[in-house]
Design a protein around this ligand. Structure first.
Ligand SMILES: [Zn+2]
Ligand SMILES: [Zn+2]
Length: 350
């Protein structure tokens, strides 16, 4: 294959520039033309078809920062994305026309974490859409082919961006070591919690109890894998002897209360974004009953399983997609979950 093979869908000439949603500062998102870099031998040019809005994108848009990472120069947001290859470098194994989802983390590949397979905890890696690294809310993106996973026909690229949060859920359930027959408590019925419930069901969990403070979200959980839902704003958490807690809300109280429902020698996994330091965790209870407290960060080697679960229908990507916006209206997409809290995953459709 020669460099920059053209796809039949291309107009015959590769674009030199592309339209992108560039964040200049808090609340200052501009649709601009950006030049595209040359394809290296292992790079491909992806024409984007879907991009997912994540909490981190919303934080950058609202505050110009996410946790400790501060926006210091104009940056294209977005780390959840899927599209179609329209040109490929000469060494790339991906042919034009291939539908792909992008695994956005760009680990160093050389440190002990990367070499051991735990590339998600690489200390020096970057990630698409994590300032200052440009992200995926652009019509075209140049991506190294190692960051791409092929999508089967059953998972169209128009919804393929939702594979990324599903990979988060796959890794969370992996870290939680959910076994067949387990009773699992999932706290938080946002996109990640809803997908965690489905992945836990696919792993054979016997009982999946999902909590939240929003009835619409709990109704979605009941449709997709939860055997019981509890609104903790109005109802006491009257459960005990749970085998697994998977905390997906980022709420300290949910974590502390959830831990107290666990059986001896059970396991609690923190998935929702934690505060830097947290008071009120029942450490004595954890120790007395040898309950393991572990964390999950992004994912390692989880995309193939996520794609397989979506393809087989065991996880339903459409269960979390509640609205779509064109790239030209990316600013509305970035505030949609705030202006309408019943929104789960909002997609940009280009
Ligand atoms: Zn995300
Ligand atoms: Zn590394």
């Amino acid at each position: 294959m020669s460099t920059q093979t053209l796809s039949p869908t291309s107009s015959g000439k590769l674009p030199a520039t592309t339209e992108a949603a560039v964040l200049h500062g808090a609340g200052d998102l501009r649709i601009e033309h950006k030049s595209l870099s040359q394809l290296g031998p292992h790079d491909v040019l992806v024409e984007m078809r879907s991009g997912g809005i994540c909490g981190s994108d919303m934080h950058y848009f609202a505050d110009g920062r996410n946790g400790t990472n501060i926006l210091r120069q104009p940056t294209v947001l977005g780390h959840e994305g899927a599209g179609v290859v329209i040109a490929a470098g000469e060494e790339s194994h991906l042919a034009p026309g291939t539908a792909v989802v992008i695994e956005p983390a760009l680990p160093c590949g050389k440190c002990a974490s990367c070499l051991s397979g735990r590339y998600n905890v690489c200390a020096t890696g970057t990630c698409f859409g994590s300032p200052p690294t440009d992200g995926l809310f652009a019509r075209h993106v140049v991506v190294p082919d190692v960051a791409l996973h092929e999508l089967p026909d059953s998972v169209p690229p128009e919804i393929g961006a939702a594979i990324e949060p599903l990979a988060v859920a796959v890794w969370a359930v992996e870290r939680a070591q959910v076994q067949p027959g387990h009773r699992v408590l999932v706290t938080g019925a946002g996109p990640i919690g809803l997908l965690v419930a489905q992945v836990a069901a696919a792993r054979g969990a016997a009982e999946i109890i999902v909590t939240d403070v929003n009835d619409d979200r709990l109704a979605a959980a009941a449709r997709f894998g939860a055997t019981r839902t509890i609104n903790t704003a109005t109802t006491a958490l009257d459960i005990s002897a749970m085998d697994r807690l998977i905390e997906c809300s980022g709420n300290t109280r949910a974590l502390a209360d959830g831990i107290l429902t666990l059986a001896p020698a059970a396991r609690a996994t923190v998935v929702g974004q934690a505060k830097p330091t947290v008071d009120g965790i029942p450490l004595g209870f954890l120790q007395r009953y040898e309950i393991d407290l572990v964390t999950a960060f992004r994912y390692a080697h989880a995309f193939p399983t996520a794609i397989e679960l979506a393809s087989s229908g065991k996880a339903d990507l459409r269960s979390i997609i509640t609205s779509t916006y064109p790239l030209s209206d990316a600013a509305s997409a970035l505030t949609a979950p705030v202006t309408n809290p019943t929104n789960l995953k909002v997609l940009i459709t280009y």
